[in-house]
Design a protein. Structure first.
Length: 100
């Protein structure tokens, strides 16, 4: 309720939408990195590969895309720190998502 009422009325929807995207990117990155950790531990323990394996290229691409999506919101928009699609600080949804 606070997340919807705190920002100005025109920005509330965009704020909530962007807020929901940032944590999901972090979770997706954790899953992809975790997949490589599980593969490494299985190989170290001498356990055979499973029948289904995701392609290394697909996992690396997922990791790179998620890193890009997590880093880029921290760069200010062309209009400066107060520019962009919001009437308040451009990375406020990022900080709120991390805080949650």
């Amino acid at each position: 309720m606070i997340m919807i009422l705190a920002p100005p009325a025109g920005d509330a929807f965009n704020f909530v939408v962007n807020l929901s995207i940032y944590p999901s990117q972090a979770f997706s990155l954790a899953l992809a990195v975790g997949l490589y950790l599980v593969r490494y531990q299985r190989k170290k323990a001498g356990i055979a590969n499973s029948d289904f394996r995701a392609w290394h290229l697909a996992i690396v691409f997922t990791i790179l895309v998620n890193i890009y999506c997590l880093v880029m919101p921290w760069y200010p928009p062309p209009g400066g720190a107060d520019g962009g699609e919001f009437t308040f600080w451009y990375a406020s949804y990022v900080v709120t998502g991390i805080g949650m």
